[in-house]
Design a protein around this ligand. Sequence first.
Ligand code: 5GP
Ligand code: ZN
Length: 117
Amino acid sequence: MHSKLDCLFCKIVNGDIPAEIVYESDTALAFRDINPQAPIHVLIIPRQHIATINDIADAHQSLVGSLYSAAREIAEAEGIAADGYRAVMNCNAAAGQTVFHIHLHLLGGRPLGWPPG
Ligand code: 5GP
Ligand code: ZN
């Protein structure tokens, strides 16, 4: 279950499934969400398969940190840095995680309510 062999986002990393890529680094990749919830909705993922936040190990600290560096750069490039945006990661079913390869949702371009649903 949740193996990298049948992981949708690993297939995007490998180029087996197309995506509108907006950012690439040695460790991370970002692409537009297929079902955007805001004018800007980008998913930032590590190239390495990590299923959920619960599977993040101490050795992944710089890798996970690099997702936030990507968020900062993409927000700047997309023109939402000054107004503000949200960078959020869902974990498991109760939070609505549907793809089990960690991804930071970068959302912006409209006012975002709090608390989220
Ligand atoms: P989650 O619910 O796991 O936090 O977020 C998964 C996200 O992946 C959803 O926002 C969904 O719209 C997006 N998504 C699912 N399948 C695809 C796909 O094939 N391509 C892209 N670009 N996004 C996808
Ligand atoms: Zn994966």
